[in-house]
Design a protein around this ligand. Structure first.
Ligand code: GRF
Length: 193
């Protein structure tokens, strides 16, 4: 699989660690659209090939698609990737693109809802519960089928930053096993057919 990320890459780190000795699932490529993204250090630490693909190449997506095909990528894992996935990739990897979102979708999802904006909105809403959602990706932000949702409490004294830290811990715990379960159950289906 390929991990696509735009930021520090703490989820990418957790995923690379989880699958580093896995018998049948491999992180084969890390792609970023940010030249200095922290996720490039993650790639180096785990000796995973990495590529910087500038924003200009994501609109149409045909070059990105060719690159991913060249690496024989079966699954695309979005881990803090801040661009809309081109239609051509969604068609080619139909039901094989996963994303993680730091809220209980459909709450606090959609365009513009990313990073600290999500947690500030949760704080301002006065909700006493938040959490994270892992879902399949289609061509609308944060609208694909939900694979896993885990919640946690929001205490009145928590800041948006505290909420973010608590949710990130959940993300690190649940993203890799969810990817593993999804990939392995698809593999079983492929064998049956
Ligand atoms: C995470 O909160 C994830 O839910 C969101 O972007 C953030 C990425 O964090 N999509 P990191 O780069 O994995 O630390």
């Amino acid at each position: 699989m390929a991990i696509l990320a735009s930021g520090s890459g703490s989820n990418a780190d957790a995923i690379c660690r989880y699958f580093s000795q896995h018998p049948s699932v491999e992180v084969a490529l890390i792609v970023t659209n940010k030249r200095n993204a922290g996720v490039l250090n993650v790639a180096e630490n785990y000796q995973v090939p990495s590529l910087y693909i500038p924003d200009s190449q994501w609109k149409q997506g045909s070059e990105v698609k060719d690159i991913l095909l060249r690496y024989h990528i079966d699954y695309i894992i979005l881990a803090g990737f801040l661009k809309l996935i081109p239609e051509s990739l969604i068609k080619q990897w139909y039901n094989k693109i996963l994303n993680i979102h730091p809220s209980l979708l459909p709450k606090f999802g959609g365009k513009g809802m990313y990073g600290s904006f999500v947690h500030e909105a949760v704080k301002n809403s006065g909700d006493t519960l938040t959490g994270m959602t892992i879902h399949l990706v289609n061509n609308e932000y944060d609208k694909g089928e939900i694979l896993c949702q885990v919640q946690c409490s929001v205490e009145p004294e928590m800041t948006a930053f505290d909420i973010a830290q608590k949710v990130l811990k959940l993300e690190h715990t649940h993203y890799s096993p969810t990817i593993e379960n999804y990939v392995m159950s698809n593999q079983k289906d492929d064998f049956r057919n």
